[in-house]
Design a protein around this ligand. Structure first.
Ligand SMILES: [Zn+2]
Ligand SMILES: [Zn+2]
Length: 136
């Protein structure tokens, strides 16, 4: 998302945009967005500084780290960005938005907190069935 600084009025400017997850290179082996993300950004500036309040929502599919099954989660992230805009005519927040989205990913992916995972011996998904290895 790019904005001309001359178009930001004193009371601020709010813009919305769809983000293409493929174009933004947001997908990882464990995580992908299943639809475009909704980005809303409110720009404000004072003298040589600009503040951007950003909200992003979407739908993502993750691969559980224990049972390896895909599951869906809604994505919701809010953050703000600060810029020094001295001498600048326009502001492009795309790179920083991408960074913030990547940083917001959970460290580990679990389909549920008590996911039982796979049996290390036969590979059975223990959420769906028990095997004789697990009963020991
Ligand atoms: Zn799981
Ligand atoms: Zn087993």
């Amino acid at each position: 998302m790019k904005v001309k600084l001359s178009e930001i009025p004193e009371e601020g400017l709010t813009l919305s945009e769809h983000l293409d997850p493929a174009q933004m290179r947001l997908d990882t082996p464990e995580l992908k967005f299943t639809a475009p993300l909704d980005l809303t950004a409110t720009f404000q500036m004072q003298r040589e500084m600009a503040w951007v309040q950003v909200g992003i929502t979407g739908q993502m599919q993750q691969i559980c780290g224990r049972c390896l099954e895909p599951y869906e989660r809604s994505y919701d992230s809010k953050f703000h960005l600060d810029y020094s805009i001295k001498g600048m005519l326009s502001l492009d927040i795309t790179d920083e938005v991408r960074q913030e989205i990547l940083l917001s990913y959970p460290i580990r992916f679990l389909c549920r907190e008590d996911c039982l995972g796979l049996c290390p011996q036969c590979g059975a998904n223990l959420n769906e069935r028990s095997c004789h290895h697990a009963s020991a």
